[in-house]
Design a binder for this molecule. Structure first.
Ligand SMILES: Cc1cc2nc3c(=O)[nH]c(=O)nc-3n(C[C@H](O)[C@H](O)[C@H](O)COP(=O)(O)OP(=O)(O)OC[C@H]3O[C@@H](n4cnc5c(N)ncnc54)[C@H](O)[C@@H]3O)c2cc1C
Length: 307
């Protein structure tokens, strides 16, 4: 049986929940998965046990304190066995797996949304079409979140590989705007705002609803580009994050092709837009033709009465 190497997805130094979904994806490929956990402190690998994973390699290195594509790729490549590399389709991991694939001279399939044996399906042309690719031999794939069920927890059989001495560079500090909110790439429910919100202050209305629903707050590129207060980490779309939630609520977003590229595979799409001809309505399961000023207070009080 071919071996697969899952590179754990990390979020603020912890194993992100999407890692359990990668285990199911690797098993669906018919492979035997080994889990690789990049870390500065190997104790995080102890919590990375999943049914179906027989081996966990904690790759220790100072470089893993902050993301740096070349040092991470060098350290993980050196410590990981050959096989099919499996990562989450997040911007960082897509970058990382492409780097490792280039080092190994193997091909890459990004944004996989379905696996049937060695046949993989992934969107192309900003999601306008789906392609099916057959894997033969070692390769690298990134898998979208919320597609595969999470594997159950199991015992972790951890071995440690210390790469500290072999990696020459490490990013010491990243200065980023702190956010305590849920990241859009992991969320099951997302409420996103566009330029139609009129001001960054109006995102507080989305945050209130997000807090009730346990949702993440996203944004269109126009909102991110127009307002400094809305960080790029919230951007959904072709040049932002690709999301795959059960529910995506688009508020004051026109539905440009580049925005759709990042969210059109959401299970249910709800659009709130004052323009009945906005393209977002062609992709929405439910559409509300009204201003957000009219709609969000009603939604807020309806949710409050359900709590
Ligand atoms: C190479 C490239 C990459 C890009 N990548 C991305 C990307 O990753 N993500 C992305 O989002 N875009 C991306 N874009 C930009 C994209 O083309 C659009 O310009 C952008 O998505 C528009 O954002 P918007 O819908 O918020 O703004 P607008 O197009 O200005 O639409 C605002 C909408 O709000 C509605 N509205 C106005 N007032 C209200 C109100 N009071 N209540 C309700 N509705 C209201 C309007 O009817 C309108 O439909 C990219 C473009 C290029 C060229």
């Amino acid at each position: 049986m071919t071996e697969s190497i899952i590179i754990a997805e990390l979020n603020k130094g912890k194993i992100a929940s999407v890692t359990a979904e990668l285990v199911s994806a690797a098993i669906k490929l018919g492979t035997t998965p080994t889990l690789v956990v990049p870390c500065t402190d190997t104790s995080i690998a102890d919590s990375a046990g999943y049914e179906g994973v027989s081996k966990t390699i904690a790759v220790k290195g100072a470089c893993f304190a902050n993301y740096d594509a070349s040092s991470w790729a060098a350290a993980i490549d050196a410590a990981s066995p050959a096989g099919i590399l499996v990562v989450a389709a997040t911007p960082q991991s897509k970058d990382l797996v492409a780097r490792i694939a280039a080092r190994r001279g193997i091909s890459v399939v990004q944004d996989v949304v379905s696996i049937e044996g060695m046949n993989l399906t992934s969107p192309i042309y900003s999601g306008k079409a789906l392609q099916t690719v057959s894997l033969s031999g070692d390769s690298a794939i990134s898998v979208r979140a919320n597609v595969f069920p999470a594997a159950s927890a199991g015992a972790a059989n951890v071995s440690v590989v210390d790469q500290t001495a072999d990696v020459m560079t490490a990013v010491q500090e990243v200065i980023a705007r702190a956010s305590t909110r849920l990241d859009v790439s992991e969320a099951n429910i997302i409420i996103s705002g566009g330029r139609g919100l009129g001001s960054p202050d109006n995102f507080t209305h989305l945050e209130k609803i997000a807090d009730v629903l346990g949702a993440a707050v996203g944004a269109s590129r126009a909102a991110v580009d127009t307002w400094d207060e809305i960080p790029h980490s919230m951007q959904v779309g072709q040049t932002g994050k690709t999301v795959n939630p059960n529910l995506y609520i688009a508020v004051g977003i026109s539905g440009a092709i580049q925005h759709l590229a990042g969210m059109r595979s959401s299970k249910y799409i709800v659009a709130i837009n004052k323009d009945a001809d906005a393209p977002i309505f062609s992709h929405a399961d439910y559409g509300i033709v009204a201003t957000w000023e009219e709609t969000l207070p009603v939604l807020e009080s309806a949710l409050a009465s359900m709590m």
